[in-house]
Design a protein around this ligand. Structure first.
Ligand SMILES: [Zn+2]
Length: 355
């Protein structure tokens, strides 16, 4: 058996490639793949890194995790694509340079409206996704967020109505929450379903794995991008080790203590908030990890001369995941990624959101 071009051999770690697409300058775009196949059979854990290729910590975490694995001692298999975006990696870019498309927004969605024939990034995503859907029992899509971000896990919502019943969705959600708990970082649920779809995040790798393939999948955000952050790298590697233990792929008792406690109670969800009414130079009053109350000032907006122009307050309580990068904001630009209280259910009907 092969996964991509990597031969699967019991008790060994092998490497190969996923043939992604032909290049116009000849040769092929290939995604590197590492397969650690256990001496004993068991579930298959997929780990995908650096699909946003400027998220260098995710690449380091993938490399270090597969190096740690001892295939002779595994019951099951780990399949790792450390870099799912070679075009981005060559230029330290978030997207691929084929058409500038975000590679993490083109995975399959059965009800995605095709307004045009698929472009190359969508074709590549389909090829990778088909391998995942055929072989994965769980998937971790490694990411980082803006410079200076907190580390946390984004947990997709679980849909029912098209591919599974509500009971099946509940069972899938239980498997998912067991794995995100095992990863051991604060869990932040994805946006409410309508916003998830509007942002194209139902077609992210972990979103599509859950919604389309019924595979428990999630997205760690491991600190900020551009440089490998050592704390975030350790959280990522330890999180993956513990997911492998929780799945039974690695025969060790899972650690039950979280790696990092959230400063606000669960359940939490993502919010990009607050926007500024006033354009100008942004000076933050808060930073990642800070707890904010309803009405609290979080930033000042200055003139180019440095004079105070406006104060921006949050009208949602929560804690700060990231400040947005850059010195300035235009009218209505959001300033923070927040983890806010989540009143929406984790398991949601697919038909009710008008997709
Ligand atoms: Zn990312």
């Amino acid at each position: 058996m092969e996964i991509g071009t990597a031969e699967v051999r019991a008790g060994e770690t092998t490497t190969g490639y996923v043939e992604a697409t032909e290049l116009p300058t000849d040769g092929a775009e290939r995604l590197p793949i590492v397969v650690a196949d256990g001496a004993e059979s068991g579930p298959t854990l997929w780990v995908v890194g650096a699909i946003h290729a400027d998220e260098t910590t995710s690449l380091a975490v993938a490399h270090e995790f597969v190096e740690w694995l001892d295939p002779e001692g595994l019951a099951g298999r780990v399949v790792c694509v450390p870099n799912a975006n070679p075009a981005g990696l060559r230029v330290t870019g978030r997207t691929s340079y084929y058409h500038g498309d975000d590679p993490n927004r083109y995975f399959p969605a059965a009800d995605a409206e095709a307004t045009r024939p698929p472009r190359v990034q969508e074709i590549i995503d389909r090829r990778l996704f088909d391998l995942v859907a055929d072989t994965a029992d769980a998937l971790v899509s490694l990411h980082t967020s803006w410079v200076g971000s907190a580390s946390y896990v984004i947990q997709p919502r679980v849909t029912y109505g098209r591919d599974r019943t509500e009971d099946e969705a509940d069972a899938l959600a239980t498997r998912l929450t067991d794995l995100t708990a095992a990863f051991g970082l604060p869990v932040v649920n994805q946006y409410e379903r309508s916003r998830e779809v509007a942002e194209g995040l139902h077609r992210s790798l972990s979103g599509a794995a859950v919604h389309e393939a019924g595979i428990p999948a999630f997205t760690p955000e491991l600190g900020g991008r551009y440089v490998v952050e050592d704390d975030a790298r350790r959280y990522g590697v330890e999180g993956l080790k513990n997911v492998a233990r929780a799945l039974g792929v690695v025969d060790e008792p899972p650690r039950t203590e979280p790696q990092l406690e959230a400063p606000t109670p669960s359940p939490r969800k993502r919010a990009v908030h607050p926007p500024t009414d006033t354009a100008g130079v942004v000076r933050y009053r808060v930073r990642e990890g800070d707890v904010v109350e309803d009405g609290e000032p979080v930033a000042d907006i200055l003139t180019p001369h440095g004079e105070h122009r406006a104060t921006v307050r949050t009208d949602r309580p929560g804690y700060v995941l990231s400040r947005h990068e850059g010195a300035t904001a235009y009218e209505n630009d959001p300033l923070l990624d927040l983890a806010v209280p989540d009143d929406d259910p984790l398991v949601v009907a697919r038909e009710t959101d008008g997709e």
